[in-house]
Design a protein around this ligand. Structure first.
Ligand code: KG4
Ligand code: ZN
Length: 352
């Protein structure tokens, strides 16, 4: 069964960003609106699940109304409803899913539940008045998805054809950035502040480990780096830590970036695939962007880093994945449920 879905409304509430988008079949983002909860979680130094779902429940319906208004669209111009149903915080997912199912039911719209990570991997295909993917960018491609919750390398061969080539064995890179930032007394989420401070620091000032960089696989590990950084900070006089925060940040960031570039290089050699994307919140990191761009030039690889609005959690990428699947005839039913993890068939696991 295939169908002709031209426009969908998509909902993303898997973690702490509430996001709604209206997306066209070709990836055109008619509109995306999001509510960020950083201020609500900052006093706790991390995401508090109860606060996340409470804030989703407050923000979601007004955002849905807003995006329809922004597009001057009514429900009869929406062909289907798309919602992230995995992986994520259960309470947060439930708010999005129950809302999506209710809308699908009362407006008689087809519904589809989407794997959040599939959204991240398809983000380069989104388009708006300021961004479109390079015309020669196609499947297959390598995807490095790096966020607060995930750090994995994928091979993407087409819609629904995803292989995990490698992943972090412990902390996600964003989580490591945030925990390191906390050690320096920076507010959550600290990744962006580490990036900012690093620009005035010397990346060679302190030696930190590049775990698994030489291993002949695509797995990664950041807990050793985090522990080494903690030991280093504890061993230094408090005044030196204060005075050399920029050097500490630059040294930590360089260790993470070196591992990513080494693993991207290994992935390219293993697969001979020269189309590459870097996505997820950590792809905002300027040192990572600069190093990945240089690496791609050296290897004559085609690198796409979608604009930040499509790299961080957003409903547009979910809408794109959803409309492709709806057009392939896939549907979810009103018993669609939330899952904290991916499902068995979401990815083929090629990790060694
Ligand atoms: O994808 P995202 O918005 O949310 C999820 O985790 O799903 O990613 C957020 C993560 C946080 O850990 C944040 O500290 C990190 O991305 N991050 C950065 C930068 N901007 C955001 N890490 C390093 N450098 C940045 N510029
Ligand atoms: Zn995400």
């Amino acid at each position: 069964m295939s169908s002709n879905f031209k426009t969908v409304l998509a909902i993303e509430t898997s973690c702490d960003d509430t996001s709604v988008a209206i997306v066209g079949q070709d990836g055109w983002v008619h509109n995306v609106v999001s509510a960020n909860q950083d201020l609500a979680h900052a006093p706790f130094g991390g995401i508090v699940p109860e606060i996340a779902c409470r804030n989703h429940s407050v923000a979601l319906l007004p955002l849905i109304e807003k995006t329809l208004q922004n597009c001057q669209m009514s429900w009869n111009q929406i062909d289907g409803i798309v919602v992230t149903n995995r992986p994520g915080l259960i309470g947060s997912l439930i708010v999005g899913i129950v809302t999506a199912k209710t809308l699908a039911h009362i407006y008689s719209k087809p519904l589809i539940g989407i794997n959040h990570l599939e959204g991240h991997l398809l983000a380069p295909f989104l388009k708006d008045s300021e961004y479109s993917p390079p015309s020669e960018f196609t499947y297959p491609y390598i995807g490095l998805a790096v966020s607060g919750g995930h750090t994995s390398l994928y091979r993407i061969d087409g819609l629904g054809q995803y292989e995990v080539l490698g992943a972090t064995l412990d902390d996600a890179a964003g989580e490591a950035f945030d925990k390191f930032a906390k050690m320096l007394g920076l507010e959550f989420p600290g990744g962006v502040k580490v990036d900012q401070l690093s620009s005035q620091g010397n990346p060679k000032a302190y030696q930190l480990p590049r775990s698994m960089i030489h291993e002949e696989n695509l797995n990664m590990s950041f807990s050793g780096l985090k522990a080494s950084a903690q030991r280093l900070i504890q061993s230094l006089p408090a005044q030196e830590v204060q005075e050399h925060r920029a050097d500490l940040c630059a040294s930590f960031q360089a260790a993470v970036v070196d591992v990513f570039i080494a693993k991207l290089d290994r992935a390219l050699k293993q697969t001979s695939i020269k189309n590459v994307i870097v996505t997820g919140g950590v792809s905002a990191n300027r040192a990572l962007r600069a190093a990945a761009t240089l690496w791609a030039e050296k290897r004559k690889a085609q690198l796409v880093i979608p604009p930040m609005r499509y790299c961080t959690d957003n409903a547009a990428m979910i809408g794109y994945a959803g409309i492709q699947r709806l057009n392939r005839g896939e549907r979810s039913q009103l018993d669609l449920g939330p899952y904290p993890h991916i499902l068995e068939n979401d990815f083929v696991d090629r990790r060694v």
